[in-house]
Structures are given as structure tokens and as C-alpha cells.
Design a protein. Structure first.
Ligand SMILES: Cc1ncc(COP(=O)(O)O)c(C=O)c1O
Length: 390
């Protein structure tokens, strides 16, 4: 019913993933390189979204639009249906992306010089955005054992207790390890943050992409202090429409909503553009869910293929099937190669991954691999990966 095997030529389409590699990797020519870096899939968006956009195009008036009740309802209905999380439509605020929303939230709830707490390893904007806004960053490293990541509450609490720590940016599910956090973990984080006056920003952009069949539990749903929590969600990773730019902040506390609105207004932030408005509602419709289920099956097969093939050929690589996301976090430390060496060999062989140090300085020896491409592309990429590192 859905053909994830269809290959689209994305070169020369202004695709960040395909057309920006020369710049990202400082190489003269990337025309033969398969990209497995930025979290963007090589699959067409579902027809529910493309048809809705085409229909919108047929009405050739593109004046100012606003996020009406129907849009908010599509968001809250999605969260209720998928995660049994029931929030009023008035709690939905909009932004053009989760990363811009993180900037707004950091600006709104911390002052210059304050500290923002993040885990390590972590999605780079979690520390880069606060730093660019002249905030300090404190790291609470995750505990790792044989590729399994768990929360280190001792170091987390120690950091959260510090007076200057005002905000914790949480990645749920976690990028890059693909960990889905349990309710118990969420509750403990919730208690520590509430007791120490630390606001929680829970980035749940990957929450629709659960691969292991478990149920995503929104942090705010598990929380006993929901007014202390701001949740970011988006249809953009789920349905591969990041270029359309759309995100939501779910903020149940009216006072916090007011503060966020004021910060957004100070930068004349307008929320969703006309096409995002249409795409969000189409994405968060019941009709899109069949596509999502098929996608998850395809991604699981891709993950299995990569892990089986790589670990058979290169047994020194340690990699776990992620609970969520289409990103593999490869522990390469036993190969004895430096990150620079590995990256060079891989680029020479024609495949571009993310270096581990992008996710925090201590992660030299790790690579992040995006497996969301057609099986045909994946097989070629894995072949090159093995050739490069054998
Ligand atoms: C955890 C996380 N948050 C946010 C984003 C990007 O969000 P946006 O494109 O809406 O800014 C990504 C993209 O990979 C991500 O992994």
C-alpha cells in the first residue's frame, strides 16, 4: 500500500541532507557519497499530506493565516489518540521548529549567565542554543553499559540542586541513543526538577517513531507538576516534512504561555505559515496513521538489516536496536580508530555519518547512522561502511 522502496533522486533539490555535504564535511565533491547523517528520511511524505497541500494550492490566495481551533484540535486529538494524553486546545502554542522553540523557551525562562542542564550524549542544539544565548550549560551524563543507556540520577540531582540551574532540556525519546524512558524514570526526573525549581522542557519530537512497540508516555502526563513542564512535539520527523517547518509547544500553565507569547512577540515570531498550517492538520489526522505503521515496519527491517550485517562483519562494533528513532548509535571504541580516522575512511568509501563528538566532547569513538532510506540505498551504504572499516 505504501512504497518505501521508491528511490527519489534528491541531489540538486536544495536538500540539506544531500546537497550540503561538501560544506558540512569540508570536501570538494560529495556527488557520490550516500548521506546517513542529519535526521531526514529519503521517503516521500504520505499522500494525506501531499493531497492536502495540493488542495490548498488550488485556492490561490496566500494572505496571512492563523492557527485556528481546527488546527489546535488536530494536535490535541493526535496526542489523545496516540498517547492517551488529554490537553486543552488552549495549551497549544506554535513555532516554526522545535529548535527555534527551544531558543524561545531558553530566552523566556532563563537569564544570561543562568545554567541550562542537559544529558550527555545529546542532540547538539540542546547545548549549542543555550550557549549562543549566553547561558551556561551543565551536563548530566547518562550511564552506559553494553550499549544500554540509563539515567544517572546521582549526577543529575547533583546538577539540578545548583542554584543557577533553571531549565532542564530533556530528550524523550533520546537522540542519539534511541532510548524510550520509562514512567519511573520520568517521575524521578519530575520530582528532582520540581523540588529544585528547575523547569522541564521535554522534547518529544521522536515520540511517534517508537520501534519496539512500547507506549510513549508524555513527560507531562507522568508528571505530578505538569505546570512545570513545557512539551515540544511536531509532525516533521514523523512524516518527513521538516522543510515545511512546524512545531508545537504544549504548555498547560497559563502564566508560562503568556511568558512564551511575550518572548515570541519580541522577535515578531508568527508561528505556522500557511502551508505548515495545512500540513500539520493533514499529518495529525487518523488517515496518516496507516502510513506511520507501515513506516515503522520498514524502519525496523532496516535496523535489523544494518545491525545483523555490520555486527557479523565487524564484531568489534557495539550497536543496539534503538527503542525509537531511525538513528543508530554505534560504539566504535573497540576498533581502536580515532573519530578522524573513521570519518575519513568512511567518506573515502562514499558514506557520510555523524561523528560522535557532535553529541558531546567525550564521545570520540562513536558514530551516529541514519538508516531512513530505501533498502537498496541502505545495502549499498552498508557495503561501503564495511569496506571502509574492515
Ligand atoms: C531531539 C530533536 N529535537 C529537534 C529536532 C529538530 O527539530 P526542528 O526541525 O523542528 O527544529 C531534531 C532533529 O533531528 C531532534 O532530533
Amino acid at each position: 500500500m505504501f512504497n518505501f522502496d521508491e528511490t527519489y533522486s534528491r541531489r540538486n533539490t536544495s536538500s540539506l541532507k544531500w546537497d550540503l555535504m561538501e560544506k558540512i564535511y569540508s570536501i570538494p565533491d560529495a556527488s557520490k557519497i550516500i548521506p546517513m547523517w542529519v535526521a531526514d528520511m529519503d521517503f516521500a511524505a504520505p499522500e494525506t499530506i501531499t493531497n492536502a497541500l495540493k488542495a490548498r494550492m488550488d485556492f490561490p490566495l496566500f494572505g496571512y493565516t492563523f492557527e485556528d481551533e481546527a488546527c489546535a484540535s488536530s494536535v490535541t486529538s493526535w496526542l489523545a489518540r496516540r498517547n492517551d494524553w488529554h490537553v486543552p486546545t488552549e495549551s497549544v502554542l506554535y513555532h516554526q521548529g522545535v529548535v527555534p522553540a527551544i531558543s524561545t523557551i531558553v530566552e523566556a525562562f532563563t537569564n544570561e549567565g543562568d545554567t541550562v542542564l542537559v544529558n550527555a550524549p545529546i542532540y547538539p542544539p540542546f547545548f549549542n542554543v543555550p550557549k549562543k544565548l549566553n547561558r551556561q550549560v551543565a551536563y548530566a551524563p547518562l550511564h552506559e553499559e553494553n550499549g544500554v543507556y540509563t539515567f544517572d540520577f546521582e549526577s543529575f540531582e547533583e546538577q539540578a540542586k545548583k542554584d543557577d540551574v533553571k531549565l532542564f532540556i530533556f530528550c524523550h525519546p533520546h537522540n542519539p541513543s534511541g532510548t524510550v524512558w520509562s514512567e519511573d524514570v520520568l517521575k524521578r526526573i519530575d520530582t528532582i526538577c520540581a523540588e529544585n525549581g528547575v523547569i522541564v522542557l521535554s522534547d518529544e519530537i521522536h515520540s511517534d517513531l517508537i520501534l519496539n512497540g512500547t507506549q510513549h508516555i508524555p513527560f507531562a502526563k507522568a508528571s505530578s507538576h505538569a505546570d512545570n513542564v513545557i512539551t515540544c512535539v511536531a509532525p516533521t520527523k514523523t512524516f518527513n516534512i521538516a522543510g515545511i517547518q512546524a512545531a508545537m509547544m504544549i504548555v498547560t500553565d497559563a502564566k508560562k504561555r503568556q511568558i512564551i507569547r511575550k518572548t515570541m512577540e519580541s522577535h515578531s515570531q508568527m508561528g505556522l505559515n500557511t502551508f505548515a498550517l495545512t500540513a500539520v492538520q493533514a499529518a495529525f489526522s487518523e488517515e496518516s496513521e496507516a502510513w506511520l505503521h507501515a513506516l515503522i515496519d520498514y524502519l525496523n527491517e532496516n535496523v535489523r538489516y544494518v545491525i545483523d550485517t555490520i555486527t557479523q562483519e565487524l564484531p568489534k562494533i557495539n550497536v543496539k536496536h534503538p527503542d525509537a528513532t531511525y538513528l543508530l548509535w554505534l560504539d566504535m571504541r573497540q576498533t581502536g580508530m580515532t573519530e578522524k580516522e573513521m570519518m575519513q575512511k568512511l567518506l573515502d568509501a562514499g558514506v557520510a555519518l555523524d561523528p560522535g563528538t557532535k553529541y558531546g566532547a567525550p564521545f570520540d569513538g562513536f558514530l551516529r547512522m541514519n538508516i531512513a532510506c530505501t533498502r537498496e540505498t541502505l545495502k549499498e551504504a552498508v557495503k561501503r561502511f564495511i569496506q571502509a572499516l574492515s
